[in-house]
Each structure stands twice: as C-alpha cells, then as structure tokens.
Design a protein around this ligand. Structure first.
Ligand code: 5AD
Ligand code: SF4
Length: 474
C-alpha cells in the first residue's frame, strides 16, 4: 500500500519480502527474496519481477535465510534512500559469505544510476538490472550462476511490460497498483528519475483495462493507476483508430464496475486537465483525491526547478479542482531549501500550503543528485541546518492543516472501503474514504468483512485518522 500518513519522507519507504505460498506447498525449486524501496512504481515493478522469476522456477520467500536469490529494488531519489540500500547490501554480503551459491541483485533506479560501478568498485552484488531490463533476468541469472557478473541497464523507448501479469506481493487482496506508463519527460531540475527510468511511454489501454477487470474478478475492490505523470498518458490504438487520453482511460477503468474504486498517482499540475476533473465528477467510483505536488510556492524557485508553472497558475488549478470537485482531497510533495531559496521564498511555500489546504503532504529537504540539471547548473547553497529548520516548519504547518481538514469532516458521512482490522485495536475496522483519509470504526454491531463498503459518520479525529461510527443500513 501507499503509505499516506503525513511524515517527513527523507528516507525511502521500505518494503518487505513476501511469500504467496506456505512453505510446504511452494511448487518452486528455488526461492527468491525481494525487498523494495521508494515509490509505488518500484513496488509495482517488483510484482513484475516476481512474475518473471516464477516463470524461471523461482518462488517468493519472505525468509531471507532460505533465499537462493536476493533482490533489492532500489530508489535514488534522495541520498538518504541510497545510503539505506548500501547498508542493506552490506548485510546481504555477510549472508552471502555464509551461504555459497547465493546471488544478490540490485534492481531499479540505483542500478540504473550506478551501473557496473556496483560490480567493479563495491563487489557487493552479482547482478545489476535497470528498470527496463527485467525481461532479461532469466539470462542474467544464468550468467551470474555461471560465475559471470551480469549487468543490463539498457533503457528502452517502448518497454511497458504490458503482457506480464504481475504476481501480487504482500497484497491485502483489496487494493492493487496498476502501472499505466513508465519513465518521465519532465526534467524537473532536482530529479534523477528521467535519468534512471528513461523516456516516458504509455502502456496499451486494453491491457490496462484487462488487468483491472481481472483484479476485480479476483475480488479486488480498488486499483491505483500509476505513473510518474499520469496526466500525460496518451496511447493510440491503431487497429481501432482510437486515441486514449488519461481522462478516457479513467472512464474505461471506472466502467468495469461501480464497485471497483479507481485511484491514480501522480498528477503534474501543468498536465491535469478539466477533462480529467470532469471524468472524476461523473463517476462516483473514481476517488475524489488528487496528489498534486507543488514542490515550492515561489515562482522564481519553481522556474529554477523547471516545473513550468507559477505560484498563481498552481493556485488557479487548486481553485478549479475545488470548483469542479467540491470536497476533493488534495495532497502535495514539498521540497525545502532548494538552491537559492530565501526565507521569503520559504514563506511563500508556507502560504501556498495554507491556500491549498492540503490534507496531507510528503515533505523533504533538498538533496542534490549527481547528473541532474540542478546539480550541473546551480549551487546547493542553502545550509543543511536551514533546509532542516524549514522542513520542521512545514511539517508543523501540515500537521495543523491535517487537523483542520479532519475537523471539517466531523459529522460528515463517508463511504468507507474496509481494508482490514485497525492496527491499533482488534475491535475496530480500518478503511479509507474516497478522499483517501483513513477512517476507523467499531466492528461491534456489524458483520462487515474486508472489501466491504460501509457508510460511516465521523464522530472524532486525530491528526492522521478519522474516527467514525457505522450508519449503514443492515
Ligand atoms: N531532493 C529532495 N526531494 C526530491 N524529490 C525528488 N527529487 C528530490 C531531491 N533531489 C521529491 C519531490 C518529488 C518526490 C517524489 O520526491 O518532491 O515529487
Ligand atoms: Fe521527477 Fe518531475 Fe518527473 Fe516527478 S515529474 S518524476 S519530480 S522529473
């Protein structure tokens, strides 16, 4: 699941390894263990890797000790994310000494960024495989088993893994990620993604709809359509002479069933269109929640970031969302201390947060990434202490905004998709509203199960959670 609680995201999200089979019924002759870091796209990619590995005769295990192959699907977005991975690789190296024949592979963005350096300099790993090269894993594993160092970090202009059915890892059986495009063409100056994930390309719409329909038939109730910039989704079906935009794709997925919730992430403020907002308004099951990263509230900094919108333009987009979709949840990504950011610029970020009334934000201090436009053009001149102090301020402000947003929900009624038991209390259900807020409510007096929709009235709240009571008809 996407971790959507408000927190400082200066460390990569961390995944686990998973076992779709109990040990004694695992039909596979060998085992792989995979750990994922970073964005939802990486978690979705690990599910594609799992599918390719299953075909090669490897079954997933969540026990690293019994793995013949260990994979770490990595993130390069901030330096801290890379440090976490390096630490983990050193731990795997110790395991490797104890277990002859065990292979360790680095996947994802760090593999792409550091390429063969991983093999030459560090001798930590046996395989290095970039995000567009997962189809070649079977051959690479054979090379590595034969004692060769196996690397494939070729980026592709057309790989979308459209025909590979992901093996759902660590799934709650209710929500799933569906990747609709890969790469990014935006070149935000702070961002390493266009270098590690390559050019943007959209996956064929029919395969997306088929995957979502398949999930629904298996009992899933929610799909999250994933891309670095979903609003620039664009696919031409030459056979049908049909052009599919993101708005029309949303509509196709929404039509699978009114019982299947549709979410998406991430939207770029410059690309989200009125058509998308109208599609959201038209279909009840397209969730009223938009992740709309602002990054900074100051137009000069936005220009240096190459975000291609101004403060005013962003505010007008927020107005438009509120006009077409009253009550829509909005969240953001924010970076403090980007090159040349002054105290006044920072204050403008604070004021745009107030203006946008974000329900939630992911907040970071700027971390210079080698090779990016900003690293080449601008000096990383805001002292770390100042970056961190500004981060503390925006985190505190977001806390206040989240509490205020929750307070506005008091007395309101929401449809909640139940995901499972509350982590904090066995006697409560946990689910989400369409606006993506976590709602807990008592199990007593109802016979719901995970995957059911409940109608819940909000009676109390904390900063991160709404507390409700079931008002569904029996
Ligand atoms: N430093 C800090 N934060 C970054 N992000 C991307 N690159 C950097 C960087 N170099 C943040 C942006 C983006 C989110 C996924 O990560 O806010 O939206
Ligand atoms: Fe990075 Fe910008 Fe692309 Fe997002 S839109 S992945 S921040 S370049």
């Amino acid at each position: 699941m996407l971790d959507l609680s408000p927190k400082i995201h200066d460390e990569a999200r961390q995944g686990e390894a998973y076992a779709p089979f109990a040990k004694d019924e695992n039909p596979y002759r060998k085992h792989f263990y995979i750990e994922s870091y970073g964005c939802a796209m990486n978690f979705a990619d690990s599910e594609i890797v799992a599918s390719i590995l299953n075909d090669k005769g490897f079954g997933a295990t969540r026990n690293v000790e019994e793995a013949d192959l260990i994979f770490i699907n990595t993130c390069s977005i901030r330096e801290k994310a890379e440090q976490t991975v390096r630490k983990r690789l050193t731990e795997f190296k110790k395991l490797k000494r104890a277990r002859r024949g065990m292979l360790v592979g680095v996947l994802g963005c760090m593999a792409e960024r550091l390429k063969a350096k991983f093999l030459e300099e560090e001798k930590l790993v046996d395989l290095v495989v970039g995000p567009d090269a997962y189809r070649t894993l079977p051959n690479l594993i054979e090379e590595a088993e034969g004692g060769q160092k196996a690397v494939n970090v070729l980026l592709s202009r057309d790989e979308t893994y459209a025909d590979i059915a992901p093996v759902r890892l660590n799934s709650n059986g209710i929500s799933a990620f569906v990747s609709i495009m890969r790469g990014c063409n935006n070149m935000c100056s702070f961002c390493v993604v266009p270098f590690t994930r390559g050019r943007e390309r959209s996956r064929d719409a029919e395969s997306i709809v088929a995957e979502c329909a398949g999930l629904y038939n298996e009992g899933y109730k929610e799909v999250t359509l994933l891309g670095q910039n979903v609003d620039s989704y664009y696919h031409i079906n030459e056979e049908k002479d049909e052009t599919v935009t993101f708005a029309s794709l949303l509509e196709k997925v929404a039509l699978i069933s009114p019982d299947l919730r549709v979410r998406f992430s991430t939207s770029h403020p410059k690309d989200i269109t009125d058509d998308v907002l109208h599609a959201m308004a038209k279909y009840e099951n397209i969730c009223k929640y938009i992740h709309l990263p602002v990054q900074s509230g100051n137009s000069r900094i936005l220009q240096l970031m190459n975000r291609t919108y101004t403060r005013e333009w962003y505010m007008a987009k927020v107005d438009r969302i509120r006009e077409i979709l009253p009550g829509c949840g909005i969240s953001s990504d924010i970076i403090t201390g980007f090159c040349t950011e002054t105290e006044e610029d920072h204050q403008e970020t604070m004021s745009i947060m107030e203006y946008s009334r974000y329900d939630m934000s992911y907040m970071f201090f700027y971390s210079e990434r080698p090779g990016t436009l900003a690293a080449r053009r601008y000096q990383d001149d805001v002292p770390e202490a100042v970056k961190k102090q500004r981060l503390v301020q925006i985190v505190a402000l977001q806390g206040k905004l989240s509490r205020e947003s929750n307070e506005r929900d008091l007395g309101k009624i929401f449809q909640v998709l139940i995901e499972g038991e509350s982590k904090k209390s066995e006697s409560d259900w946990m689910g989400r509203s369409s606006q993506n807020k976590v709602i807990v409510f008592p199990k007593a007096g109802n016979a719901f199960k995970p995957g059911d929709y409940a109608t819940v009235e909000v009676v109390d709240f904390t900063q991160a959670t709404l507390i409700g009571r079931n008002v569904s008809q029996p």
